[in-house]
Design a protein around this ligand. Structure first.
Ligand code: GBH
Length: 452
């Protein structure tokens, strides 16, 4: 048994997202989001599930905060639902929407839990989608106005901000494959959405920086994975480069350097295909961030596959690697590799927070009501040991948020896939901490992980 001690002040928290946990979709003046619309589309979501009730955190947040306090967590990363603040995405703030988050923030602070606010975790007001959504440049300016409303209401008590969660998923799954809201499959719209999300990030950073009398810590969260060619054949290596470029560097380079990567621009049709980029956009997108949020779930193994979409890259599962309930390989060392690689490739990398890491497994409830989720516990232990190795190798990582506090609405997968360290019974909405919750709490309290 080795004890791996994390640096003093390391942040331990749990993460959620508004549409995945809140429910109460018509309450207190909330307008519809693209996810309400998408959930009403036949066949879009497994089992026809919707976020109408979800975990009912909108009402039950005191209980969830008590759970986190009981585990000894120091931070809670949640997102604000834009359509609660502006039902149609424009105009003055809805005071009842702001009040909800203000109460949530106060209740967290009363328990000594630091709120980490994500401004956008995919629930765009439907009214903005009706005029083009993220494919329309205007949405980025609407986002900046919304960010200013949230900042002015919460910024006296909230000092940790993330502009966007995983813009890649918002653009690529929302506008490029259509498996997420708004369900569009169009490369041109996808490219515009990518750009306008990056612009929104830049404008949001500007709002947070300009807020008078505040000293915010602000950044963005990207989903990143090491992309590994299955062989060193040039065709596989090239396919891995294309996929890594399209998924990761297309976002990372604008954020870190204010430019699109040249090879990815070529893959997407050359500079002429980026005619929507205006002077100054990329400077905004690349303005310095205080931290980079990294969501890590898996390694991606790639093989060249002619005919497999534009990228001709197929994601494959290596033999013998265990997988989670959503068929993602369990690759703890991929987290170390990712972080060490980021630090090596980007000497000016800002401090990193792991803003999500976790796994879905088919948990069973024991006759006594307990949930002995040994697989999730092992997943977390392995990833935390790998994270500690990255710290030892010199990567400036300052915190870790488990995905996720509660079993919740897993987007297109509905409620069938459970990522929580706390079980939710969707009939009674009762919460039951799993064994992984006790484990994670012990790590947070000790600021250390025991490696088996
Ligand atoms: C996060 O998305 C979200 O922020 C969160 O809301 C969500 O509940 C959570 O993860 C769990 O899904 O496996 O070949 O499709 C993660 C989305 C998952 C997108 C891994 C990229 C890798 C490529 N990412 N995926 S593949």
């Amino acid at each position: 048994m080795t004890s791996r001690q994390f640096p003093h002040g390391f942040v331990w928290g749990a993460a959620t997202a508004s549409y995945q946990v809140e429910g109460a979709v018509t309450e207190d003046g909330r307008g519809p989001s693209i996810w309400d619309t998408f959930c009403a589309t036949p066949g879009a979501i497994a089992n026809g599930d919707t976020g109408e009730v979800a975990c009912d955190q909108y009402h039950r947040y005191p209980e969830d905060i008590a759970l986190m306090a009981g585990l000894g967590l120091g931070a809670y990363r949640f997102s604000v639902a834009w359509p609660r603040i502006q039902a149609t995405g424009t105009g003055p703030a809805n005071p009842k929407g702001l009040d909800h988050y203000s109460r949530l923030v106060d209740a967290l602070l009363a328990e000594g839990i630091t709120p980490w606010v994500t401004l956008y975790h995919w629930d765009l007001p439907q009214a903005l989608q009706d005029v083009g959504g993220w494919a329309a440049r205007d949405t980025a300016y609407r986002f900046a106005e919304y960010a200013a409303l949230v900042e002015s209401a919460l910024g006296d008590r909230v000092s940790h901000w993330t502009t966007l969660n995983e813009p890649k998923v918002a653009s690529h799954a929302g506008y490029g494959s259509g498996i997420h809201a708004p369900g569009i499959d169009d490369l041109g719209q996808r490219m515009r959405a990518t750009h306008h999300l990056l612009l929104a990030h830049g404008l949001g950073m500007e709002v947070l920086r300009a807020a008078p009398g505040r000293d915010h810590t602000a950044g963005i969260t990207l989903d990143l994975s090491p992309v590994v060619p299955v062989t060193d054949a040039p065709a596989d290596v090239a396919a891995a480069r294309r996929l890594d470029g399209d998924s990761h560097r297309l976002f990372l380079d604008p954020v870190l350097y204010g430019r699109y990567p040249a090879d990815v621009v070529d893959d997407l049709g050359g500079p002429a295909a980026f005619d929507f980029v205006q002077d100054g956009d990329l400077e905004l997108a690349g303005a310095p961030v205080d931290f980079l949020g990294v969501n890590y779930y898996r390694r991606i193994f790639v093989r060249h596959s002619p005919g497999e979409g534009r990228l001709e890259a197929a994601t494959v599962l290596p033999d013998g690697v265990p997988v989670t309930a959503v068929d993602w390989p369990v690759e703890p060392d991929g987290l170390r590799e990712l972080l060490v690689g980021l630090a090596k490739d980007h000497p000016s990398l800002p401090p990193v927070f792991i803003t999500e890491n976790g796994a879905a497994f088919d948990d069973e409830v024991s006759p006594d009501g307990a949930v002995h989720d040994q697989q999730r516990l092992d997943y977390l232990r392995g990833h935390l040991a790998a994270l500690h190795q990255a710290v030892e190798e010199g990567v400036d990582v300052r915190g870790y948020f488990v995905w996720t506090l509660l079993d919740n609405f897993e987007w297109a997968e509905g409620f069938a896939k459970r990522f929580g360290i706390v079980r939710v019974d969707y009939d009674t909405l009762r919460r039951t901490p799993k064994d992984s919750a006790a484990f994670f709490g012990s790590v947070a309290r000790a600021n250390a992980v025991e490696e088996a």
